[in-house]
Ligand binder design. Structure first.
Ligand SMILES: Cc1cc2nc3c(=O)[nH]c(=O)nc-3n(C[C@H](O)[C@H](O)[C@H](O)COP(=O)(O)OP(=O)(O)OC[C@H]3O[C@@H](n4cnc5c(N)ncnc54)[C@H](O)[C@@H]3O)c2cc1C
Length: 511
């Protein structure tokens, strides 16, 4: 082929490639995670199909004014947007990261809810009152009781709402501090977060709700004491003020902001964090500048089972499906299903401040999140208990004894050593055997801005700041001193929806 023709063909191919990569007026999220999810999603028919191919709204479509501005595209923000749209509003979502999802995409174990249709179908008899009492006990009786009552009473409805928009959480497990199976997750038992974000994003797009990424909200604006918009800095496009009749802050917690953590909890300096990098507490500082107040800021949840080298959370589901924790002597040392603060305290009392999660192939098949941990290279695998003991450096005879004692406890439904009562449906006897080395890590910020059950942000006198709403991890009070695993995903759907509903009512009635 003549050289000139060759060059022309290469040029033509290059132009065609560029054209196919740039759809009209759209941008694509640039993550491998997104691409992997696209592959996984192919062929599925529910709301989670294809949403990871999400195209965010191009900046040219940004308007000067909306009914409602929602800050943060995690689970709370997208739920609020969907309810606002359903109420006839014109909402917009602004997200500072290049992709939607926040900490919500990282959620692994599931979403707690009581008296749900899926529990009933599966013969799990549960009560909202029991869910209330156990959450209160987990929070050491410091939870905001009005918020908690609203939360448990609306949890089943939240599961139904998700199901109605194609996000079905019908596989039920259990987390620490709970006595009933009420942690809802996708049908195949996989991690809840990616599934939820993909499904919510798809709905947001189908409803034509604009969602701008790389949009870092810096300030809430006000007039006559009422929130009336935001100032937002777009990466590479400068700052803009957007007017709104109401502002909803769903910007997440501050688990990745080591400056705030060092201020409120100096003892946690040096801990790893499981949070995504956008969890910097911006929403809290913006709301404080508007006269909002905070609660429980020093209450930071340290998760007991974090793979330290990659700060990667090993979900509670692994213990919920039967794993045990052992120390360097190969002995159990705690009821693994106790609330997170107790398990963390027990690990911190060990001289090495680290422990091993030990489980068998049965746990691996029931907790599909384990596949991810295997892929990441966190999991030691051996065909025998002796070989596993050798690999992780604990005495083989003791590990054998520990597993024998545990398997008898499971068989007799009585853990005489530590009083564990849940996550005991199956023993640990199916080779191969597995171990993951874990230690505690910063995981969740219980504290945040003070709201009421209408998600209105409260000022120092406990009065709502007109036009300002907040929901999700940016708020405090619901969990008190200690959050139960699975309650945050429930919180973001329940109170995220409520923020969408109440901010819409405000817009309709405000003069
Ligand atoms: C590893 C991990 C596993 C978890 N597993 C579970 C679980 O199984 N069950 C459970 O109940 N909970 C779990 N949690 C907790 C739960 O996922 C979060 O608390 C919850 O998803 C928070 O949702 P959100 O919508 O409030 O905030 P996020 O999902 O964090 O969303 C907030 C968004 O706001 C954006 N934002 C922040 N500041 C700005 C700004 N200035 N301008 C614009 N945007 C901004 C952020 O980038 C982010 O995208 C887990 C958390 C982690 C980290």
């Amino acid at each position: 082929m003549p050289k000139k023709l060759k060059i022309a063909l290469i040029l033509l191919l290059f132009i065609l490639l560029i054209m196919s990569g740039c759809g009209p007026r759209t941008t694509k999220p640039e993550t491998n995670e997104g691409a992997a999810q696209e592959e996984k999603d192919k062929g599925k028919k529910d709301a989670t199909s294809g949403a990871s191919m999400a195209n965010y709204t191009p900046l040219e479509e940004l308007k000067d004014s909306y009914d409602i501005v929602i800050v943060g595209a995690g689970g709370a923000g997208m739920s609020a947007a969907l309810e606002a749209k359903a109420a006839g509003m014109n909402p917009v979502i602004l997200e500072k990261m290049p992709v939607a999802g926040g900490n919500t995409s990282k959620a692994s174990s599931g979403m707690n809810a009581s008296e749900t249709k899926f529990q009933k179908e599966q013969g799990i008899s549960d009560r909202n009152d029991l869910f209330y009492e156990e959450t209160l006990k987990g929070g050491h009786n410091t939870n905001n009781k009005d918020m908690l009552r609203f939360f448990v009473d609306h949890s089943a409805d939240a599961i139904d709402w998700l199901d109605s928009i194609g996000i079905t959480l019908n596989n039920i497990t259990i987390t620490g501090g709970m006595s009933e199976k009420r942690t809802h997750r996708p049908k195949d038992g996989s991690a809840v977060g990616q599934y939820l974000v993909t499904g919510l994003l798809k709905n947001v797009q189908e409803q034509g709700i604009p969602i701008f990424v790389n949009a870092n909200v810096k300030e809430i604006t006000k007039q006559d004491g009422k929130a009336n918009g935001v100032k937002v800095a777009f990466t590479q496009h400068g700052e803009k003020t957007i007017a709104a009749k109401s502002v909803v802050i769903t910007a997440g917690g501050f688990g990745a902001n080591m400056d705030i953590i060092a201020q409120v909890r100096p003892d946690l300096e040096g801990y790893v964090t499981t949070n995504h990098e956008g969890s910097t507490g911006d929403g809290i500082s913006m709301i404080e500048k508007m006269g909002g107040t905070t609660v429980d800021m020093e209450e930071i949840q340290v998760h007991p089972t974090v793979q330290q080298e990659n700060s990667y959370l090993i979900g509670e589901v692994v213990r919920g499906e039967g794993a045990i924790l052992i120390n360097s002597k190969g002995e159990r040392f705690i009821n693994e299903m106790a609330a997170r603060d107790s398990v963390t305290a027990a690990i911190n009392k060990l001289p090495e401040k680290k422990a091993f999660l030990v489980f068998d192939s049965g746990v691996r098949s029931r907790a599909t999140a384990v596949e991810e941990y295997v892929k990441m290279g966190f999991v030691k695998t051996k065909d025998t208990i002796e070989a596993l003991a050798g690999d992780i450096g604990v005495p083989a005879d003791q590990l054998h004894k520990t597993l024998d004692t545990w398997n008898s406890a499971v068989k007799n439904k009585k853990d005489a050593e530590f009083g564990r009562k849940t996550g005991m449906d199956h023993d640990l006897s199916a080779a191969p055997y597995y171990a993951i080395r874990i230690g505690p890590g910063i995981h969740y910020t219980m504290g945040g801005v003070r709201i009421n059950t209408n998600t209105e942000v409260l000022d120092q006198n406990g009065k709502p700041i007109p036009g300002l709403f907040a929901a999700g991890e940016v708020t405090g009070g619901l969990h008190g001193e200690n959050r139960i695993g699975g309650n945050s995903v429930a919180e973001i759907i329940i109170f995220g929806r409520q923020a969408g509903i109440k901010s819409s009512e405000y817009v309709k009635t405000a003069k």
